[in-house]
Ligand binder design. Structure first.
Ligand code: FAD
Length: 449
């Protein structure tokens, strides 16, 4: 007789990937349970993409209100009140958390609001000691901010705490050169903080096209954001009134009110019991999975940030959907990782899809680049000296557009639509054949010669 389990599927982690996988599996008729140790919705909803983007919107008003005067608006003294924005953002997060819980409830996914660990190939143990069995276990535990092993590192905060600050600091130091570091640099700068980005290496946004990331660096420096490159941390000391003194290698100590670690995110596998049941872990202790998200233990699967493939919400969601359709919907599906659009919500934002010029040089027989370097119409009237840059990478021979990189107002909004064309393999001639929509910034995409 076939062995029976309490559930067909037990999901650990109710974030972007876990919620999608569990509700789709349930819709396919599976008996599903999910455990969440913190808040339903996961990183993206509770302390990632969503509250971050709301702060980006809030920060943008600093420039919009300044520019408005050039457009004829008489504006008195403007004052920014951080607690108002913070509390409104946190209230919105709470509303979304409720919606995610509702999605689970409506699909009859049983939620356990506690930590879960894996104690067997088909067994999960909850924090209160309850043991449950499941035919399949899905690890969707996400990742957490890395904190370097430096004396006094604990005096810094991470993106987990940043949305809850009591007050706006005057001076902020951000460690890291990735998208989270650059996004928070823009946010804090617009809120009138003095921002210093400290980077271990000598470039920011390593995976972005060189010309585009250089443009952000140039604009950020002009705005007054400071950068310290090749500057490893030595010590962080806390003084009277909570002020921090940071010692970077080879430099004089720097005082700051807040230190934000944004140096990467490590998979949440510590203490999960995976090694004890034989699940193989890879670099950074990520769960190693095959193309169908299956681990080295056949009944245990993993999706999302915990697998450290591409740490983005839409990817975790796709993986959750593919997992559930394959296992419970009779529809074998694999995620296509080619041409994933991605963005940095800096000021101004960056967006990108496909090969960078550096990658094209390595991977293609031949390629051409087309660039448009322009000052957006709105910036001209506002007297704002920031230039946008759009760049197309085109494969020689096939004429296919294989990369698109943009920095400028609304770049992520524009790129999402253009990414469809890149993903579909359209040629430069087909871009050029499309009549421009005038006057827009996006028309540059079809006017590059
Ligand atoms: P998560 O959403 O992290 O969910 C994992 C869940 O598992 C968590 O709720 C956690 O509490 C729970 N959990 C962990 N261990 C256990 C356990 N043992 N038992 C029970 N529960 C457990 N991505 C984008 O695409 N765009 C963005 O603009 C963007 N901005 C970001 C900004 C910030 C500041 C951060 C930190 C991340 C951002 N991301 C962004 C990344 C995005 O949030 C993640 O890629 C996404 O949330 C991954 O989804 P997931 O399901 O793998 O994990």
């Amino acid at each position: 007789m076939a062995k029976t389990y309490d559930y067909d599927l037990f999901v650990i982690g109710a974030g972007s990937g876990g919620v999608r996988a569990s509700r789709v599996a349930a819709a396919h008729g599976a008996r599903v349970a999910i455990a969440e140790e913190y808040r339903v919705g996961g990183t993206c909803v509770i302390r990632g993409c969503v509250p971050k983007k709301l702060l980006v919107f809030g920060a943008h008003f600093a420039e919009d209100l300044m520019d408005a005067r050039r457009f004829g608006w008489k504006i008195g003294t403007c004052k920014f009140d951080w607690p108002t924005l913070r509390d409104n953002v946190l209230a919105e997060v709470e509303r979304l958390e409720g919606i995610y819980q509702d999605i689970l409830d409506r699909h009859e996914v049983e939620t356990f609001a506690q930590r879960a660990t894996v104690t067997g190939a088909n067994e999960v143990t909850l924090a209160d000691g309850t043991k449950v069995s499941a035919a399949t276990i899905l690890i969707a535990t996400g990742a957490h901010p890395a904190i370097p092993d430096v004396p006094g590192a604990g005096h810094g905060i991470t993106s987990n705490e940043v949305f809850h600050l009591e007050s706006m600091p005057k001076r902020v130091m951000i460690a890291g050169g990735g998208y989270i570091a650059n996004e928070f640099a823009g946010i804090f700068h617009q809120f009138s903080c003095h921002v210093t980005i400290v980077n271990r290496g000598d470039i920011i946004l390593r995976h972005y096209d060189e010309q585009v990331r250089d443009r952000l660096l140039q604009i950020s420096l002009t705005k007054g954001i400071e950068f310290k490159f090749n500057a490893p941390f030595e010590t962080i000391e806390k003084g009277k009134g909570g002020k921090l003194t940071v010692k970077l290698a080879g430099q004089d100590p720097i005082g700051t009110d807040l230190l934000l670690w944004a140096v990467g995110r490590d998979p949440n596998t510590a203490g999960l019991g995976l090694d004890k049941v034989g699940v193989e872990l890879g670099k950074n202790k990520a769960v190693l999975v095959d193309e169908d998200n299956q681990s080295s233990v056949p009944s245990i699967y993993a999706i999302g940030d915990v697998t450290d493939r591409v740490q983005l919400t839409p990817v975790a969601i796709r993986e959750g959907q593919a997992f559930a359709d394959t296992l419970f919907g009779g529809k074998p599906t694999r995620v296509d990782y080619a041409n994933i659009p991605h963005a940095v919500f800096s000021h101004p934002p960056i967006a990108s899809v496909g090969l960078t010029e550096g990658e094209a040089r390595e991977k293609l027989g031949g390629y051409k680049t087309f660039t448009s370097d322009f000052r957006p119409m709105k910036n001209v009237l506002a007297g704002r000296n920031e230039r946008s840059l759009y760049k197309l990478i085109v494969e020689e021979g096939t004429d296919r557009v294989v990369g698109l990189h943009m920095i400028g107002p609304d770049a992520p909004e524009i790129l999402q639509a253009a990414a469809i064309a890149v993903k579909a393999g359209l040629t430069k001639a087909q871009f050029d054949d499309t009549i421009a929509l005038h006057p827009t910034m996006a028309e540059e995409l079809v006017l590059m010669r």
